[in-house]
Design a protein around this ligand. Structure first.
Ligand SMILES: [Zn+2]
Length: 458
């Protein structure tokens, strides 16, 4: 009897182990089967490492890439160049990140029927990107290195995410031979998502957001700029003495001396908290693309360093996409839609994915957002009237970041405050000189192209 009881107990334990194993497999299958089947070694899905089914379209239905039989790109050279970093190149130097992330939705895999839908003709992936706006942005960059981004801060759709330089994937450069002048330096990097830059004065929008909450009554104060300010025995300088300034004019004139004072009064912890609220030092995942994190570290900063950090220099680095989302949050009263690149996926005649709008965490207080929005509008009317677009309110800030003794990064960021055109933007040009003169005209051209896209969809 004893041994029967023993055996029964043993059998019960075995049954439990089996049941547990089956359950664990079922859960893992449910969670990860899409990923398992999208593994690039799966011969049902990939040929020579390339996805063997499906099309990528832009938001208007323009076919950018077909991977059904051979890898074919758009017929237009300018569209191929403008969308290279989104699609990937043939040699695999620029990986097809979006395609990989959505492979299972594209070839119609589902948990009951496996990859059966592939036989009915593959699928299509529709991006939120406008190929036309991309091409306009690429042309406006005119070979200069940098990034241009525009997104709808209400829906999250990225309309334009350009990285320059680029090349035609059907006629790739031989870098050894063709890059003697450096024109293709870093060409495989998707700068909009994977580069971080010294922001320069656009970062004053971060400092000001922190200061408006940390220093009560700041918005009503006035400041005096003599052209230089000594902090810790070292100089903070402005290009000229700005004289007596309201806070609004200090931002419009981009007065370093005033912002040095503001950064010192705001303090390390509030500034750090603001950079964290904007997620500047985090990686954000956007439809298969993970943004590079920026840098904002005041742990060893002297007062002079702290002042320069508040001006967007010191060791500050921001990623263009992340800062564009912050622009959206200012426009949106403190939060914005999370950015996305894929609108929908279809396979075998049915929709397998549709993007849903999600909100970012709060990046700044509602009252700080209101003040910044008003100040950024004043910036445009007072300083950058050339970028203004009739009928809408463009709000912006420029920056000229000093990276080396004769190397500047030009930046320009902002948004349109209009419910019909809820667009946030950023333009970064490496070795670009002044942000307002280099980047503002590019921003205007690309914004107008994006507004035309939205008009065409109404
Ligand atoms: Zn000044």
């Amino acid at each position: 009897m004893k041994s029967i009881a023993k055996r029964t107990g043993f059998a019960l334990i075995l049954a439990c182990v089996l049941l547990f194993g089956v359950l664990a497999f079922a859960i893992r299958y449910f969670l990860f089967a899409d990923r398992w089947v999208s593994f690039t070694g799966n011969p049902h899905v990939y040929t020579n490492g390339k996805l063997n089914t499906g099309e990528i379209l832009d938001r208007s239905g323009e076919v950018l890439y077909t991977s059904a039989s051979d890898q074919t790109y758009s017929n237009s050279t300018s569209l191929r160049k403008a969308t290279l970093h989104l699609i990937g190149d043939k040699a695999g130097n620029i990986p097809p990140r979006i395609l990989r992330a959505y492979a299972s939705k594209l070839f119609g895999y589902d948990k009951l029927n496996g990859t059966a839908a592939m036989e009915t003709g593959g699928g299509e992936l529709r991006l939120t990107i406008s190929a036309q706006a991309q091409a306009v942005a690429m042309q406006a960059m005119n070979g200069r290195k940098g990034a241009v981004g525009v997104y709808n801060y209400r829906t999250g759709e990225i309309l334009c995410a350009v990285s320059s330089p680029s090349f035609d994937p059907l006629d790739p450069p031989n870098l050894e031979k063709d890059n003697r002048d450096g024109r293709y330096d870093g060409v495989y990097i998707y700068r909009f998502f994977h580069a971080s830059y010294t922001p320069g004065s656009i970062f004053k929008l971060t400092t000001l957001a922190a200061a408006l909450d940390a220093v009560p009554g700041l918005a009503d104060e006035s400041f005096t700029c003599t052209g230089e300010r000594i902090v810790n025995g070292e100089k903070i300088t402005c290009p000229k003495a700005h004289g007596q300034l309201t806070l609004r004019d200090a931002l419009a004139q981009s007065c370093n001396c005033t912002f040095a004072e503001i950064a010192l009064r705001t303090g390390k912890s509030a500034l750090k908290g603001q950079a964290e609220a904007e997620r500047l030092t985090e990686n954000i995942e956007i439809d298969g693309i993970t943004t590079i994190r920026g840098h904002f570290d005041l742990s060893d900063a002297s007062d002079n360093d702290l002042a320069w950090a508040g001006i967007g220099q010191y060791t500050d680095l921001v990623n263009p996409c992340q800062y564009m989302v912050y622009m959206g949050a200012i426009a949106g009263g403190g939060t914005a839609a999370e950015p996305c690149l894929v609108a929908s996926a279809r396979s075998g005649g049915r929709e397998t994915y549709a993007a849903r709008t999600e909100q970012t965490p709060r990046m700044l207080s509602e009252s700080a957002a209101r003040t910044l929005r008003e100040f950024m509008r004043y910036n445009v009317t007072k300083m950058y009237s050339g970028v203004d677009i009739p009928g809408v309110e463009v709000c912006a800030k420029s920056g000229t970041a000093e990276v080396g003794s004769d190397y500047n990064t030009a930046t320009f960021a902002g948004f349109i405050a209009d419910s019909d055109y809820p667009l946030a933007f950023i333009v970064v040009v490496e070795e670009g000189g002044a942000g307002s003169s280099t980047c503002a005209p590019i921003a205007k051209t690309v914004l107008q192209a994006c507004m035309n896209v939205l008009d065409g969809e109404r």
